[in-house]
Write a protein that binds this ligand. Structure first.
Ligand SMILES: Cc1ncc(COP(=O)(O)O)c(C=O)c1O
Length: 451
């Protein structure tokens, strides 16, 4: 990530950064808590709104320890011939309302498995949002296909489906929406366009565990859904992932792919089914996930309630605009609380200065993603020997011309990320977030002078 943007790992460590901020901030009396927005901002020498860290993540309970210890003692640490990963897969598929789930090593490899099963390969194009984590794009490149970037809907921060169809060419094979932050991309439109042009849909639901579209779970609606259980995710096990599908043909292929090409029913009795890799989830990962699942919904409810409360408070203040949801998004599980910063509501105070000031108040916020369509590593990739053998200069010229995403460029200037750890504590936690925003807004002119 660029300077001024938190890296994903730093962002995931939101609570750690708050602890750091807390350590450098001056101590604050209980009285100061009631000072409200008129009080002098911490960046100008006032007492910070918050000195306590937000809840840490991931959480650990005795149920997790019990399950992991059991998995150790079983001494079947690999899933072959064992049953913990299989148990998790059954629960995950059932919870999502899908026929099949396969545990894999991480979300990135879940995306590889999905694209491999759909035979997306050299010469193909995959439609991806410009606003996402880089793994979405890397998965396409890994197949030697071209990621074609679709601009962002500024209201929801999801792929703008009104700009999707114009990016379809004779080479397009697949649409890969990302349900950013736990919010859900416009799946009705994506499904309509995919059906019209005979394209597959891979839902990158790595940030959207149990989010819903029209009452159905995100990740269960396209041909394949991909999940990440990396440590920062709302269902974590350190590193982990899953693919989900209700199509048996894709299940067979992905199952073989994650297990070096072995047939899930006959093993190697009749030889190998397909070319494959080793993406197998370990029994420890699955054991931890089964532990985490016991309280997953409970934590989600707190997070969703707090997110609603925060949205109401921020709307009263103005200037930090929460991402909206499409009407059919019936559940947003808020892996990231997405918002946009409007400097005009802060008398021209820059986003960078706002982020610095709010960090001093003990509230960590990130600046969101950089525009991936402009990332220099893409050009390096396209000029590589391997890509040069697949794509002509003429083809790449056309490709580059398609990759303009002006709304996303704007979002990259205005985006704000609030970690889910801000939402899993108390109502007062999010009231402090709002209080810090209001305080900075009130003193924006003075803050600009010291920034
Ligand atoms: C949208 C998206 N896709 C893919 C991934 C990759 O998941 P993992 O880190 O488990 O490989 C992530 C992880 O943050 C993600 O946010």
């Amino acid at each position: 990530m660029k300077k001024g943007h938190l890296t994903r790992r730093e962002f995931a460590l939101g609570s750690a950064s708050v602890a750091l901020i807390g350590a450098v901030a001056s101590p604050r009396s209980a009285k100061a808590a009631a000072l409200g927005p008129d009080s002098k901002p911490a960046i100008l020498g006032g007492p910070p709104v918050r000195t306590q860290p937000f809840p840490s993540w991931p959480t650990l309970e005795s149920v997790d320890e019990g399950k992991v210890i059991d998995s150790l003692r079983q001494r079947k640490w690999c899933r072959l011939g064992a049953n913990i990963t299989t148990e998790f897969e059954g629960k995950w598929a059932q919870g999502l309302g899908a026929k099949f789930a396969i545990g894999v090593v991480n979300g990135t490899n879940a995306l590889y498995a999905a694209l491999n099963a759909l035979e997306v390969g050299p010469g193909d194009e995959v439609l991806v949002p410009a606003y996402t984590f880089v793994a979405t794009v890397n998965a396409v490149i890994q197949q030697f296909a071209l990621p074609v970037f679709v601009d962002t809907d500024l209201k929801t921060q999801q792929m703008d489906t009104s700009k999707l169809e114009s990016k379809i060419t004779e080479n397009t094979r697949c649409i890969m929406p990302v349900h950013m932050g736990g919010n859900v991309a416009n799946l009705d439109e994506i499904k309509r366009i995919a059906a019209k042009h005979r394209l597959s849909i891979v839902e990158d639901a790595c940030q959207a565990h149990y989010s819903e579209w029209g009452g159905k779970k995100a990740g269960s609606i396209g041909d394949v859904g991909c999940f990440s259980f990396q440590a920062s995710k709302i269902l974590p096990c350190g590193e982990g992932g899953a693919v989900v599908t209700s199509r048996e043909d894709l299940y067979d292929r992905m199952h073989a792919f994650q297990n070096n090409g072995r047939d899930r029913l006959t093993g190697t009795r009749n030889g190998y089914l397909y070319q494959g890799s080793n993406l197998r989830m370990t029994e420890f990962q699955a054991a931890l996930l089964l532990g985490q699942l016991t309280r997953f919904e409970k934590i989600c409810k707190v997070r969703e309630e707090n997110a609603k409360h925060l949205t109401a408070l921020l709307k009263q203040i103005g200037g930090v605009e929460p991402a909206g949801m499409y009407e059919q998004c019936t559940r947003n599980t808020y892996y990231v609380y997405l918002a946009r910063y409007n400097p005009a509501a802060f008398k021209g105070l820059s986003r960078a200065a706002f982020l610095k000031a709010i960090a001093k108040e003990g509230i960590p916020m990130g600046a969101g993603y950089v525009p991936l369509n402009k990332e220099p590593f893409l050009e390096k990739t396209f000029r590589s020997r391997l890509f040069g053998r697949i794509y002509s200069d003429e083809r790449l010229k056309r490709y580059r011309e398609m990759n303009q995403c002006p709304a996303n460029d704007q979002l990259a200037q205005e985006g704000l990320f609030l970690s889910q750890t801000l939402l899993i504590g108390t109502k007062q936690d999010v009231e402090q977030v709002a209080e810090a925003v209001a305080r900075i807004q009130k003193h924006a002119v003075e803050i600009a002078k010291v920034s």
